[in-house]
Design a binder for this molecule. Structure first.
Ligand SMILES: *[C@@H]1O[C@H](CO)[C@@H](O)[C@H](O)[C@H]1NC(C)=O
Ligand SMILES: *[C@@H]1O[C@H](CO)[C@@H](O)[C@H](O)[C@H]1NC(C)=O
Ligand SMILES: *[C@@H]1O[C@H](CO)[C@@H](O)[C@H](O)[C@H]1NC(C)=O
Ligand SMILES: *[C@@H]1O[C@H](CO)[C@@H](O)[C@H](O)[C@H]1NC(C)=O
Ligand SMILES: *[C@@H]1O[C@H](CO)[C@@H](O)[C@H](O)[C@H]1NC(C)=O
Ligand SMILES: *[C@@H]1O[C@H](CO)[C@@H](O)[C@H](O)[C@H]1NC(C)=O
Ligand SMILES: *[C@@H]1O[C@H](CO)[C@@H](O)[C@H](O)[C@H]1NC(C)=O
Length: 376
């Protein structure tokens, strides 16, 4: 990799409201400043407390310049370019990448570390919005910082033997927000073992996400979807050979053969029902739905359900656990998928239940549309 390429790194900063004079919120970031204050530079807004000249910024720490062609915002008179200042107290800067290069005999050719020093009072590198990343196959890199007068160093290592593995996974940044930091990169064997494909190491802070406040949470998409049916045949005193469920609890005015009056309030039913992939009771079962439902309201027909789908088929091994309120009168009801085992290890999601068919109070069939949002 040629070292002349210096792609720029994005770093985000918090503005700390550490001064009573500077309680920062979007309410007191007026965009309208004195007429002679420029509000924008190269299309980028410069909100108060930032400004390009005295009377426009609140204090010298918030001074930015806009005297380049084409217009760009720079931090004071430094080479650090600002690409965004947002009203929620973050700004985005460009910063060069740290690198360390050797020729094929392992003799140091070029190297550079990056250094940034912010005034400790108002600014700090965001520890949530940045990721420290290293690229190289014989590289180690460290970030050293200073916060509140205390020094610390943290770092990471990348060793590999193939060009495909050049980039180590982005790595969580240092734990503390820090206003001063240095990024350095170095090597163990001067790339002599990997010089066929790699003679440089790079280290950088990458912006990860905009702050949660400024972006709406993305609408989640399911990682897995399945539609299954289960069939419940309630014991009614005559069908013990094919019943798959039984009333095990009943209020004082009922019994355990017929569901009680008043919308079955107080009945608890335990079931071990076959699960099929289509709506035919006689299709081969792919697992069992095991659990209970209890009727929990006198005035309307509604239940609470807790059950597991226990799979033991060639397609699936393991279980999915469900729990939640089941307002039976509604055509479709959503219940929580609260966990799983085996193929469904630690899964979570939502299942939509629909009563697909029922025959008196003996047989019903539920269609279960399972949408998993966490898959491992
Ligand atoms: C404000 O912007 C105008 C035009 O973009 C420029 O001529 C002027 O020098 C700027 N003033 C300051 C104080 O930066
Ligand atoms: C590496 O640099 C050293 C010192 O400049 C030189 O002697 C050597 O020949 C170079 N090796 C290669 C492979 O270019
Ligand atoms: C950086 O380069 C200089 C000059 O080429 C060299 O003396 C120094 O050892 C290098 N630093 C590292 C960390 O390799
Ligand atoms: C490079 O190769 C030498 C000799 O094969 C080996 O001793 C050394 O550990 C290797 N270094 C790295 C960083 O893999
Ligand atoms: C249960 O068995 C009885 C008697 O064999 C039969 O009439 C009934 O249809 C069966 N119920 C179901 C749901 O298969
Ligand atoms: C799963 O199926 C296999 C083969 O049909 C059987 O040996 C095993 O006992 C079953 N396990 C469970 C928990 O039902
Ligand atoms: C069920 O239906 C009732 C009346 O139609 C409605 O008020 C209620 O919000 C529905 N509940 C759910 C969980 O969909």
């Amino acid at each position: 990799m040629p070292t002349s390429i210096l792609p720029l790194v994005i770093i985000m900063f918090f503005i700390l409201a550490s001064s009573p004079k500077l309680v920062l919120s979007s309410h007191n970031f007026p965009l309208a400043k004195h007429k002679y204050c420029n509000d924008t530079c190269g299309g980028i807004t410069i909100p108060f407390p930032f400004g390009t000249r005295p009377g426009c910024y609140i204090s010298k720490e918030f001074w930015v310049t806009c005297n380049h062609d084409p217009p760009k915002i720079f931090w004071w008179e430094t080479e650090i370019e600002i690409t965004k200042i947002s009203l929620d107290g973050q700004m985005t800067l460009l910063q060069s990448i740290a690198y360390d290069c050797y020729n094929k005999s392992g003799v140091s050719s070029t190297n550079s570390s990056t250094w940034i020093d912010l005034t400790e009072r108002y600014f700090t590198v965001s520890n949530t919005a940045n990721k420290f990343t290293i690229v190289g196959c014989d590289s180690y890199s460290f970030v050293s910082g200073n916060r509140l007068g205390r020094d610390f160093t943290t770092g990471c290592i990348a060793m590999c033997s193939s060009v495909d593995d050049l980039s180590a996974p982005a790595w969580g940044a240092a734990r503390l927000p820090f206003p001063k930091m240095r990024v350095e990169v170095n090597s163990y064997s001067q790339y002599t073992n990997v010089s066929d494909f790699n003679t440089c190491g790079y280290a950088l802070l990458l912006r990860t996400l905009p702050s949660a406040a400024s972006t709406p949470r993305p609408h989640p998409r399911p990682c897995k979807r399945m539609v299954l049916y289960f069939h419940d045949i309630l014991y009614n005193g005559y069908n013990s050979h094919n019943a798959t469920s039984a009333i095990v609890g009943s209020p004082a005015w009922g019994d355990r053969v017929t569901l009680a009056g008043q919308n079955h309030f107080g009945n608890v039913v335990v079931f071990d029902d076959p699960i099929t992939v289509d709506n035919n009771l006689h299709s081969p079962a792919v697992g069992r739905a095991q659990g209970f439902y209890l009727y929990d309201k006198k005035e309307i027909f509604t239940a609470w359900v807790g059950f597991s789908f226990v799979f033991n088929s060639t397609q699936h091994k393991g279980s999915i656990n469900f729990a939640g309120a089941d307002p039976l009168m509604n055509k479709t009801r959503e219940i929580s998928v609260i966990g799983g085992t085996g193929d469904f290890f630690m899964t979570r999601g939502v299942a939509t239940l629909m009563t697909d068919a029922f025959e008196g109070e003996v047989y019903f069939r539920l269609r279960v549309d399972i949408n998993l949002y966490e898959c491992w």
